[in-house]
Design a protein around this ligand. Sequence first.
Ligand code: MRU
Length: 364
Amino acid sequence: MLRLCGYNPLPMQNLSVSQVQPIRWQDNRLFLLDQRLLPAQEVELDFSDAPGVAGAIRDMVVRGAPAIGITAAYGVVLSAIQHATRQPGAWLEAVQKDIGILLESRPTAINLHWALARMSRLVQAVDRKNPVPELLREAITIHDEDRAANLRMAVYGAALLPSKATVLTHCNTGALATGGYGTALGVIRRAHAEGRLEHVYASETRPWLQGARLTAWELAKERIPVSLLVEGAAASLMQSGRIDWVIVGADRIVANGDVANKIGTYSLAVAARHHGVKFMVVAPTSTFDMNLARGGDIPIEHRPVEEITRIIQQNYQHVTGWNPVFDVTPAELIDAIVTERGVVEYPAEGGVRQLLSGSSSAAL
Ligand code: MRU
């Protein structure tokens, strides 16, 4: 069934954007909080060219689907600054090449393609003599729109939770992964602000430990009660009857409502259905890919096996690994997809087309 929440049914006050700032533009440079070092060290790296930004996305300095889209948009601005200054008449080709490099940085999160398609359209249309101001305005708009979408989704998602809710989340979907408040973690922040959240369980999220290093860090900073668990403990936690909802983000949602997200999400959805626990996906509409019919068509990133094997490499050099970093959760295991335009309940029954089509947007 597809049900669209009417827009603006709940007050938006008391929503303050998190103090965590993973992406910052200043003096024609891009500053990224190095998420690989958190929570031990808070170090910003600065970038002045697009290939450097592509490397930062690939190497996980910045991660999370909306955040890498925003970062790539600023990467296009850096490219324009670099090439329009040096080759005022012939910068277009160089910027297009840089857009290609940025596109290649990570394959699964569609937000990267979405943001670069938006910047690319503007690159074609912009003032050839002075492209930077318009491109910078667009990147800032992409950033601001994502933050605004987060705040709307937080209201919609929190409204689905019971009072004194206990939830389980996976990976990091907070301010670090977005324009500033979070998708799944935004819903959790909002529920806490409304006094309706009892407790958060966060899975540590191997092998990069986004849950342990990043989600726990963000929640602890705001004194939101959180317990970490290893992924293997999640089914057992659900069996105990303590969890009301599993709440996760997404890297790509396709036309039939299937969702690609951090590896381990599918296992959580299977366990949730088995134990009668509700399953919520929270993602802005920039995460939807209506060109793909089903989840099996989504390109799944595999990262170097050393990310898994290095802890034992000195003992067992012949051991290899299998390291897909996303999986696909079928729509039939999802109870609600929350977007900034409304909520799709039971996406397997109605798909997501109606939500994104012009006809339904009037109702939002
Ligand atoms: O490999 P990562 O850390 O980029 O993976 C991030 C996730 O899977 C998130 O759940 C997803 O991008 C949504 S973030 C709002």
